[in-house]
Design a protein around this ligand. Structure first.
Ligand SMILES: NC(=O)c1ccc[n+]([C@@H]2O[C@H](COP(=O)([O-])OP(=O)(O)OC[C@H]3O[C@@H](n4cnc5c(N)ncnc54)[C@H](O)[C@@H]3O)[C@@H](O)[C@H]2O)c1
Ligand SMILES: [Zn+2]
Ligand SMILES: [Zn+2]
Length: 469
């Protein structure tokens, strides 16, 4: 039996983006995971090398160094010691597969490199023995986030370790970093709750079948599973819930751990880039439209056409609503129009209440702007029987005036709506895979996190920003 390392060491082997792509192609061709075996120095100078699984049997001294996209990576234990317990990087380069290297697609072959030991030593925190990752960290409320090298977290019992491919920037992350809300996170922490990537390792009690599967880490990091809310499909209301990127570290990092029961599988038809915004912006607005019970030909006013709003417009249309989009930025309104909004209102130049009333009034108003004023306007734009769905979360525990007489006589409902369940997210993914929704997002690097926050706050992002790794 080959010796195996603890799962937590799975991150000892990583791969470049090109190598990940090549592995995915190989897996598709083989229809199952392949295996890499690393057992000597290479004759052509690329050190060390890899063999395809199956061609070479595992030797007595081979041990599992890690799992990459569901492919196991083994190394000779003596070689591993002799190399100084290195971290290996699987890469591809041009060339034909020699005797010792595996073909990686068109004119490419796999090679492995030892991660530069100087680079590892230069990182004083954590000790070089640990695996490190880049993360954007809130060190104090209102301060710019810091890009830090931190240990790759180990998946605890019931958890999975996810290698991030895409991680969306939700306005909630900005509220978190500013300490805007009555219940605050505790710096230092890593924000982010729209994290997508393959499971790299699993903790105790979690099936290894999950390894290699692409999952989404949502805001609901875990819930108790036994309370009346959890039992009735309302785990989003669980009072023992943990929130990713808020009460526990989140997805603005190369790796994140998450509760295996809370992550949601991402279907093949949804790219990681699109899946990221769907994981909060999508599921939240989908749920908001669901709880509003919109029926065809009702008018749905969407206040705030940002990350959430651009998807809200689409879900409101999917259920047959006429959509009024309200924002302060002409570009956002242009986008809403392109996505099918029937009416657009610039609240900077026009009174949205008046404009919506002119169009017959709103039966449902979904408020996604982080501004109390928008909530007041949304309330006043409602018809009798109307539903105000509160989703945006302005700073300072803002409140609005809800006149009792009008609310009672008008049969108005005021509904708070918080994210959505795992089942809601699975539905959101299914709709997207079927081509029913469009994600509008721009790619950013994690190092651009502070500029990205400014873009969102300044209303300059088209819709969502997504960090890609
Ligand atoms: N309830 C939930 O489950 C939940 C989930 C995710 C996000 N949120 C909250 O929703 C809000 C929006 O998040 P986002 O990521 O879409 O933010 P965003 O910044 O991408 O979008 C907000 C939009 O509101 C617009 N806006 C600002 N003031 C306005 C006003 N007075 N009238 C009309 N439009 C206005 C902005 O121009 C922007 O387009 C945040 O407060 C966030 O914390 C809530
Ligand atoms: Zn969010
Ligand atoms: Zn519960």
């Amino acid at each position: 039996m080959p010796a195996t390392l603890h799962n937590g060491n799975a991150g000892r082997v990583t791969a470049t983006r090109a190598a990940h792509k090549a592995i995915a192609a190989l897996r598709a061709a083989h229809g199952r995971p392949v295996m890499f075996v690393q057992s000597g120095g290479c004759c052509d100078g690329s050190d060390p090398m890899c063999f395809p699984g199956g061609e070479f049997a595992l030797g007595e001294g081979d041990m599992l160094l890690g799992v990459l996209d569901g492919c196991t990576f083994h190394i000779d234990a003596d070689l591993y010691q002799a190399l100084g317990r290195p971290r290996l990087v699987l890469d591809v380069e041009e060339g034909t597969p020699g005797g010792f290297s595996l073909a990686a697609g068109d004119g490419l072959r796999f090679v492995t490199h030892i991660q530069d030991p100087d680079e590892t030593r230069a990182r004083t925190h954590p000790p070089s023995e640990e695996l490190i990752m880049k993360a954007a960290v809130v060190t104090d409320f209102g301060k710019p986030l810091e890009i830090q090298d931190l240990p790759v977290p180990e998946p605890g019992p019931g958890q999975v370790l996810v290698r991030m491919e895409a991680s969306g920037l939700c306005h909630t992350d900005i509220h978190a970093a500013h300490g805007d809300w009555p219940v605050k996170p505790q710096p230092p922490f890593i924000p982010g709750h729209e994290g997508i990537g393959p499971v790299q390792a699993v903790g105790a009690g979690v099936s290894e079948d999950l390894i290699g599967q692409r999952v989404a880490i949502p805001w609901l990091g875990s819930s108790c599973g036994t309370c009346r809310y959890c039992l009735s499909g309302w785990e989003t209301l669980c009072q023992s819930q943990v929130n990713s990127g808020y009460s526990v570290d989140g997805c603005y990092a190369e790796y994140a751990v998450a509760d295996a029961g809370a992550v949601v599988q991402v279907p093949d038809g949804v790219s990681s880039f699109d899946a990221a915004p769907l994981t909060c912006a999508g599921v939240t607005t989908y749920k908001a439209i669901k709880v509003a019970n919109v029926v065809p030909a009702e008018r749905v006013a969407v206040f705030g056409i940002g990350g959430l709003g651009h998807l809200a417009v689409q879900y409101a249309r999917l259920v047959g609503g006429f959509v009024t989009a309200v924002d302060l930025e002409p570009d956002k309104l242009g986008l809403a129009h392109k996505l099918g909004a029937d009416q657009i209102v610039n609240a900077r130049t026009h009174d949205p209440v008046e404009e919506i009333k002119k169009a017959g009034g709103a039966d449902v108003a979904v408020v996604l702007a982080a501004s109390a004023k928008a909530f007041e306007q949304a309330y006043r734009s409602l018809n009798r029987g109307g539903r105000l769905v509160m989703v945006g979360l302005p700073a300072d525990n803002a409140s609005i005036n809800v006149p009792i007489f009008e609310t009672v006589l008008g049969g108005i409902s005021v509904i708070g709506s918080i994210v959505g369940t795992r089942q809601d997210l699975a539905e959101v993914f299914a709709l997207h895979a079927a081509g029913r929704t469009q994600v509008i997002a721009e790619q950013r690097r994690l190092e651009q996190v502070n500029e990205s926050f400014d873009e969102v706050l300044g209303g300059r992002a088209e819709a969502r920003l997504v960090f890609e790794f």
